[in-house]
Write a protein that binds this ligand. Structure first.
Ligand code: ADP
Ligand code: MG
Ligand code: ZN
Length: 491
């Protein structure tokens, strides 16, 4: 982004997130809500909107929506209604979508974001409501035809709408990560962006910094990756400020983001609300939620990431950084705790060692291979088996790393790490006489270096220690080696 543009203008951004919730069936019928099924196999007269059929609300999406609202500090509205949003689109066989309009299930909440560079900021949540998804038009299978898949019709979604409180692509990214983390912690959604479980419409306007007039907003539809969201916002800020700088006016448009060209392209002038002819859904009664139900859902909320960070610091004596990394993803936190459960010597040092092993070694592999911890082949139980002898100082860190790096390729083979250690003669040498002999040998072989060292050239120390470690094949306990070596040269 051009710096001088951002010195003059402030972007104003509000998001509408569509989240597919973890429900095995659709929202108003009992069709499965699977992602990968053969097109048009999971459909029935209800989700296809045949005349005379009646929708029946599934309880689970309601509960998941309320849980999300509670986690985001929303007001839970105990009497809400559904509405029909009418529009014609080939992938919407009913000709309308059932959603919540005037009375969303949750409203007026907030979520906090912060990072190293962004001080704590509250992002207000305007509303969270339930709705059904539409089908999918597939344009890229043929040059001349469009295919329709109705499997997605009626899949339960929650829509999270923020107030326009975000002011940069960085804040948007931070907010999305936070929301994704919250939804994963709550087990509301797997938030799989490639599969469309989390999609984002970005509303954006720019205004003069310190000016109080709001600019006209545009809406970029259906973004489904962090990178595209970031790039689309960048390009839209450029487009809008470019128009304004040239004396033009922004029109109230809906835009598409062209991933290849990296530009936002106006799709249509945005429909005003009355274009949708919203009216209350006549086939569904009011949704009444009792205080007792809300209370029960409140009590069923799992530990939040903030609570987990505090607990990790206290229970395992981890520092801020370690706790935050290990709780960033709920599954990683679980991996860590299962590892720790299988560690034999339970103390702060071993917790720290396990935590740092996961941060430095496990996460490095996940990043490199771009996989999630769920697809990581080494189980926490196997990892603990490797870490136990390291903690007990039976093997060196070098040895542990060696074994670890050969673990993913042959997961089955490493059921008995202790046997491998014995078989491959990888046990750490802690036997002082053996180490002393080697030190002596190395010093005998390097008389000149020894003289230099004694004359005060301390750097020679690294070389000599290196030689000693080489002879011990990296299996020596470095603490003991240094200790004995120091004793030797003082002689
Ligand atoms: P609409 O009625 O056009 O859908 P809403 O007020 O419901 O508008 O807001 C829709 C989204 O647009 C929200 O995410 C909101 O934060 C965002 N929004 C509202 N005003 C602005 C603005 N001036 N600039 C950017 N985003 C905005
Ligand atoms: Mg909108
Ligand atoms: Zn159905």
């Amino acid at each position: 982004m051009q710096k001088n543009i951002l010195e003059k203008y402030q972007p104003v951004i509000g998001l509408e997130l569509h989240v597919q919730v973890n429900s095995e069936s659709k929202i108003f019928c009992s069709c499965p809500s699977e992602f990968d099924a053969e097109p048009n196999t999971y459909v029935c007269p209800v989700c296809l909107g045949h005349p005379g059929t009646l929708p029946v609300l599934n309880k689970l999406p309601v509960e998941l929506c309320i849980k999300t609202g509670l986690a985001m500090d929303c007001k839970i509205n105990t009497k809400t209604a559904f509405a029909r949003k009418n529009y014609f689109y080939p992938d919407l066989p009913k000709g309308y979508q059932i959603t919540q309009y005037e009375s969303p299930l949750c409203s007026d909440g907030y979520t906090e974001i912060y990072s190293k560079d962004i001080p704590l900021k509250k992002i207000r949540i305007k509303r969270i409501h339930l709705e059904e998804d539409a089908g999918k038009s597939i344009h890229d299978l043929s040059e001349s035809e469009t295919f329709l898949d109705f499997n997605r019709c009626g899949i339960p979604l929650i829509e999270i709408v923020t107030e326009p409180d975000l002011n940069s692509p960085e804040e948007v990214s931070l907010f999305l990560h936070k929301v994704k983390q919250t939804l994963e912690y709550l087990e509301v959604s797997d938030c799989n962006m490639e599969q469309g479980s989390l999609r984002c419409d970005v509303n954006i306007s720019v205004k003069l910094k310190n000016g109080n007039t709001t600019g006209t907003k545009t809406e970029i539809k259906n973004l489904n990756s962090f990178k595209n969201i970031n790039d689309a916002i960048d390009s839209e800020i450029k487009r809008q400020t470019g128009i304004i700088e040239n004396g033009g006016k922004i029109s109230f448009n809906t835009l598409n983001y062209d991933v290849k060209e990296k530009i936002t392209v106006p799709l249509r002038s945005k429909e005003a609300e009355n274009d949708y002819r919203y009216f209350s859904e006549p086939d569904l009664v009011y949704l009444n939620i009792s205080d007792a139900q809300i209370e029960e859902l409140k009590n069923s909320l799992p530990e939040s990431s903030e609570e987990k960070i505090l607990r990790f610091k206290k229970e395992y004596s981890l520092n801020d950084y370690e706790s935050e990394i290990l709780t960033g993803d709920k599954n990683i936190a679980e991996y860590f705790e299962r590892t720790v459960n299988n560690i034999k010597i339970k103390n702060y040092a071993s917790f720290k060692l396990a935590g740092n092993w996961i941060i430095n070694e496990v996460l490095a592999i996940l990043n490199e291979k771009n996989i999630s911890i769920r697809n990581f082949k080494i189980s926490p139980e196997s990892l603990a088996k490797l870490l136990n002898p390291l903690i007990e100082e039976k093997i060196s860190r070098t040895t542990a790393k060696e074994i670890f790096s050969s673990m993913p390729a042959e997961p089955g083979k490493f059921s008995d790490i202790e046997a491998i250690i014995l078989e491959k003669d990888l046990l750490q040498v802690s036997d002082k006489t053996e180490i002393e002999e080697i030190i002596k040998k190395v010093l005998d072989e390097n008389p000149n270096e020894l003289l230099l060292l004694k004359s005060g050239k301390v750097k020679i120390m690294n070389f000599l220690t290196g030689e000693i470690m080489k002879k011990l094949k990296g299996k020596a306990n470095p603490k003991i080696v240094t200790e004995l070596f120091n004793k030797f040269i003082k002689k």
